[in-house]
Design a protein around this ligand. Structure first.
Ligand code: PFF
Length: 449
């Protein structure tokens, strides 16, 4: 008998825990900044609704139906499709390899906050803190190691105890704190320019590249395309209303991403940081917001604790995908596979961290640093491919009728069944395929540049 979630909220919180992470807090705001604001945000929202939600339902339904983790789930329906499961496992390795780099930054910032080093609104000082970190290979690697170690320790503590208990407390706390920061950020002088930047889309800015980045970010943020939601769905009880979960999780995830952007972007304009700052944006901008509010010193510590937690509930989910593959398929012991996988990811992660040290030539391929390479390879290639294949598989191999039967097994009537079937059979695969072709072209030419 498989272990099951002790309650529906347990699943929703854990799945939302996987979805909400550095993708929302760190990546969304800075990619909004780099991609010119409103048009990117608008496309993002459109893709969440038309592509993210239908795929979320497909994934958790598929998982619950088969009661297997990703590789076994595909294999149980068709042996020829087992490779999609393998792709998912590989993708998990690559995401964690650079996710742990950023997780390490969070740890570094947590200790800097504890030592009171972030208490300033001076852009030059805050930029220097970030550059100093990037200039220190030993620190980068040590903090990355600690982040992976914490992930490993939690995973070895067991699914329910580790993930479920903690999410119940930390997720609402994070939500609340983000709202407080957003309010402060929005009341800063000159913050209106940030609002305009975020919410007045200039549709002439929409290009194939922009659509590619927005879609990749949707998959990354929702944890879709590498089997996390299939695996988590497999632990679900038949009574749970899957439709409700498939709407709630993306809504929550998108709300967090938007609030994170509202907390960051207006402050970027108000303090005079660069909108196109890149991966350092959250780390450079938010300390300035904290420094300009009462009890900022306390809040900044709390903030990095909660960001760390959000990152961990996501990294746990990625590690879980790989572990369940080796345990279910290769009959490895859980403990030893968890340790071996973590070591492999750490080794893969070192060049990702080092590639950012003074734009090290040694750790780049073509025009991409290893960090960017892992990022693009996962969001734009592997996750997008995984999402495409998931839609084809559910739409044409498993068939929507069978999925709908599983959805209705909880005793509900799925009113949007027809709409969902059409989306998953036609709209999603065609939409994702168009982007996917663009992504492959773009990725290969970046490697050759
Ligand atoms: N969704 C996570 C985030 O936004 O930080 C990252 C992630 C987790 C991506 C799990 C993919 C995944 F399978």
């Amino acid at each position: 008998m498989r272990e099951q979630w002790s309650s529906k909220t347990g699943f929703v919180l854990a799945a939302a825990g996987s979805a909400v992470g550095l993708g929302n807090l760190w990546k969304f705001p800075y990619t909004v900044g780099m991609n010119g604001g409103g048009a990117y945000v608008a496309l993002y929202l459109l893709f969440v609704l038309l592509i993210g939600m239908p795929l979320m339902l497909a994934a958790i339904t598929f998982g619950r139906k088969t009661q297997l983790s990703v590789f076994g789930a595909y294999k149980s329906i068709s042996r020829r499709w087992a490779f999609v499961g393998a792709l998912a496992v590989i993708c998990g390795f690559f995401i964690l390899a650079f996710y742990s780099t950023v997780g390490g930054w969070v740890l570094y910032y947590l200790q800097a906050a504890l030592r009171g080093q972030l208490n300033t609104i001076d852009p030059a000082h805050l930029e220097a803190v970030f550059s100093q970190l990037l200039a220190s290979p030993i620190q980068l690697i040590c903090y990355q190691f600690i982040f992976l170690l914490i992930t490993l320790v939690i995973v070895l503590g067991g699914i329910r105890k580790g993930i479920e208990k903690a999410s119940k407390l930390m997720m609402p706390a994070l939500f609340l704190l983000l709202i407080i920061i957003a309010v402060r950020s929005l009341t800063l002088e000159g913050s209106m320019e940030g609002i305009r930047f975020l919410f007045t889309p200039d549709f002439s800015k929409i290009t194939p590249d922009l659509a590619m980045y927005a879609m990749g970010q949707v998959f990354f943020s929702l944890s879709i395309g590498m089997g996390v939601m299939i695996t988590y769905g497999s632990y679900l009880d038949k009574k749970v209303n899957l439709v409700q979960s498939a709407v709630m999780i993306p809504l929550l995830d998108t709300a967090v991403a938007l609030i994170a952007a509202l907390a960051t972007i207006p402050a970027v304009f108000s303090f005079g940081f660069e909108a196109g700052e890149g991966p350092g944006m959250m780390f450079i901008t938010l300390p300035a917001v904290f420094a300009s509010m009462p009890f900022g010193q306390v809040f900044v510590i709390l903030f990095f604790v909660l960001v760390l937690f959000a990152a961990l509930t996501s990294s746990i989910s990625m590690l879980e995908v790989a572990i369940s593959y080796f345990v279910d398929e290769k009959k490895f012991q859980r403990k030893s596979s968890a340790i071996l996988i973590s070591i492999a990811i750490f080794i893969m992660g070192i060049p990702a961290s080092l590639s950012l040290v003074a734009k090290n030539q040694l750790f780049s391929i073509g025009s991409l640093s290893i960090f960017d390479l892992y990022d693009k390879l996962t969001s734009n290639i592997l996750l997008t491919t995984g999402a495409f294949l998931l839609s084809i598989f559910i739409g044409w191999v498993l068939k929507p009728e069978n999925a709908i039967q599983e959805i209705e097994a909880s005793g509900i009537h799925f009113r949007l069944a027809k709409v969902w079937s059409a989306l998953i059979k036609y709209i999603v695969p065609v939409g994702v395929l168009i982007i996917l072709i663009q992504s492959y072209q773009e990725f290969i030419s970046a490697l050759l540049r």
